[in-house]
Write a protein that binds this ligand. Structure first.
Ligand code: MTE
Ligand code: CO
Length: 420
C-alpha cells in the first residue's frame, strides 16, 4: 500500500469505532466482539482491482438490483414502450442516466453527431440548418429539471395497481442539462416571436413525436440540450440533442430534435390530440394540459423498500416536484391523512426539479398508513385520489398527481393501497 494512504486508513477505523459506540440505535455496542472488526479481512490482506479494469464504470455488483425495470403487460412491444427509474433505491435528487426511465414511440435511434442537422423554418426571416458543432458555439446554460411522462401513475386511476414506487411513479428523472436556450436559436433565425405564434418541434425518429409549444413558453425556459449530468445524452435520451421543456409533460421533451417550425396555429398532431389529452369523468376531453402539477411520493419505506430494522429511529424519505416552480413544503401522514407532520427538505428545492424530503421519526412498530403531500410556490396542494377522480373519473390515463398511500405492516412490509 502507498504510504500516503496509511494515515487515512487509521483515521477511518477511529471514525467507525466512534459510530459503533455512539448514538445510533440498533448498532452493536462497541464491546460486542464482531469478527468484521476484530479479524483481518480478505480485502485488507490483498491488493484490490487495478484502475483500468473497466474504462467506463458500472455500479458495484452488490447494487445490481438498482436498475430500470419494465412492466411486461403494459405495452405490446418494447419498441413503443417504457421502463421505470428505480426511484425506491436512489437518494438525493439527481438521476444517473444509466438508470433513468426511457420512453420511445418507435424505438431509440443511433444518430452520429456528424449526421445531425437541426432546421428552423416557417415564420422566420432566415430559415437555418445547424450542425451539431454550430449548436455548441452558442452561449450555453446549466439547469436541473425533472422530466415526468404524462402517463406516470396512469395505471392507478381505477385502484391501487402496481406494488412498487418504481412502477407507480418511476416515469420520472431529474438531470442537470447543458444546452442553448431555444430563444437564442429563434432570434438567430429572425423568428416571428409574437405571443400568438407557436413553435412546432419534431424528432428524427420514425414517430417524430411532433408537438406544438406556445411562443411564450418557447421564449421562457426551453433548452436545446446536448449534455445531461455533465456527459453526452445517452442514445435513449435523444443523443446528440433533445429538447428540455421544464415543468411540462415529458412527451414535449422531443428527443433527437431535428426541426423547429414557427407556425401561426398549433399543428394538432397525433401526440397532442388522440394522445396526451386528458379525459374527464363525463367523457369530455380537455385540450392542452402541459404543466405537471405538484406531486410527491414516499420512496422509502415503500413496497420495494420494507423496514428491516424493527422499531426505533426511521427515516421516511421521498421526492416532491412541481411543474409550476419550487416545492415549498411537504407533509407526511402516518395515519392515512388524518394528521400531518411537516417533512424536512434535503435542500431548498430548485424550480421545476425534484426536491428530496425526509421525516426523521421514531417508529413504535405499529402499522402505518403512509402518505406525502406536496405544496408548491403557488400555494397549490397535491390532491387526494378521490378529489382527482371527482373531476377525472377512473378511465383517465395522464396527469395523475394524486396522493399515494402505502400500508406498512408491523413487520415493516409496505403495500400499495387506497384510503377513502
Ligand atoms: N421524442 C421522440 N423523438 N420520440 C419519442 O418517442 N418520447 C416522449 C419524449 N420525447 C419521445 C420523444 C415521451 S412520451 C417522454 S415521456 C420523454 O421523451 C421521455 O424521455 P426519456 O426517454 O429521455 O426518459
Ligand atoms: Co411520455
Amino acid at each position: 500500500m502507498d504510504d500516503a494512504f496509511k494515515p487515512s486508513r487509521r483515521a477511518f477505523l477511529k471514525g467507525s469505532a466512534a459510530v459503533a459506540a455512539g448514538s445510533v440505535a440498533g448498532a452493536a455496542a462497541a464491546d460486542t466482539p464482531d469478527p468484521l472488526i476484530t479479524e483481518l479481512q480478505d480485502w485488507a490482506s490483498y491488493t484490490g482491482a487495478g484502475v483500468d479494469e473497466s474504462p467506463y464504470g458500472m455500479p458495484i455488483s452488490f447494487e445490481s438490483h438498482v436498475v430500470r425495470r419494465n412492466v411486461e403487460w403494459l405495452t405490446a412491444s418494447p419498441i413503443s414502450s417504457i421502463n421505470f427509474t428505480p426511484i425506491h433505491a436512489l437518494d438525493g435528487t439527481i438521476t444517473p442516466q444509466g438508470c433513468a426511465f426511457e420512453r420511445h414511440h418507435s424505438g431509440a435511434i443511433e444518430l452520429r453527431k456528424e449526421d445531425y442537422r437541426l432546421m428552423i423554418n416557417g415564420l422566420v426571416d432566415r430559415p437555418l440548418v445547424f450542425t451539431y458543432d454550430d449548436i455548441e458555439r452558442f452561449p450555453r446554460e446549466n439547469h436541473v429539471y425533472f422530466c415526468e411522462c404524462a402517463a406516470n401513475t396512469g395505471m392507478e386511476w381505477a385502484g391501487a395497481q402496481l406494488n412498487g414506487v418504481q412502477f407507480t411513479h418511476g416515469m420520472i428523472h431529474n438531470m442537470e442539462y447543458t444546452g442553448v436556450p431555444l430563444r437564442t436559436l429563434l432570434q438567430e433565425a429572425g423568428a416571428d416571436i409574437s405571443p400568438d405564434k407557436w413553435v412546432y418541434v419534431e424528432g428524427a425518429d420514425a414517430s417524430s413525436n411532433g408537438r406544438s409549444i406556445p411562443m411564450e413558453k418557447a421564449l421562457d425556459d426551453v433548452l436545446v440540450a446536448f449534455k445531461a449530468n455533465g456527459e453526452a445524452l445517452r442514445m435513449e435520451h435523444g443523443y446528440p440533442v433533445r429538447l428540455v421543456v421544464p415543468g411540462w409533460e415529458g412527451n414535449m421533451w422531443v428527443k433527437w430534435l431535428r426541426r423547429i417550425e414557427v407556425v401561426d396555429v398549433a399543428v394538432e398532431s397525433r401526440e397532442e390530440t388522440s394522445k396526451y389529452t386528458d379525459v374527464y369523468a363525463d367523457g369530455t376531453a380537455q385540450k392542452w394540459t402541459w404543466v405537471m402539477d405538484a406531486k410527491s411520493v414516499i420512496t422509502s419505506p415503500s413496497p420495494q423498500m420494507p423496514i428491516k430494522h424493527g422499531q426505533g429511529p426511521l427515516v421516511i424519505s421521498g421526492l416532491a416536484w412541481s411543474g409550476h416552480g419550487q416545492i415549498t413544503r411537504v407533509d407526511v401522514s402516518k395515519d392515512g391523512g388524518i394528521t400531518w407532520e411537516t417533512a424536512r427538505l434535503g435542500k431548498q428545492g430548485d424550480s421545476k426539479a425534484l426536491t428530496r424530503f425526509y421525516l426523521d421519526t421514531n417508529w413504535d412498530g405499529a402499522p402505518m398508513i403512509l402518505q406525502a403531500r406536496a405544496i408548491d410556490e403557488t400555494g397549490y396542494v397535491q390532491p387526494t385520489k378521490d378529489q382527482l377522480r371527482e373531476k377525472r373519473g377512473e378511465n383517465s390515463v395522464y396527469h395523475n398527481n394524486c396522493i399515494q398511500t402505502w400500508y406498512v405492516s408491523a413487520e415493516g412490509i409496505a403495500e400499495n393501497v387506497e384510503v377513502s
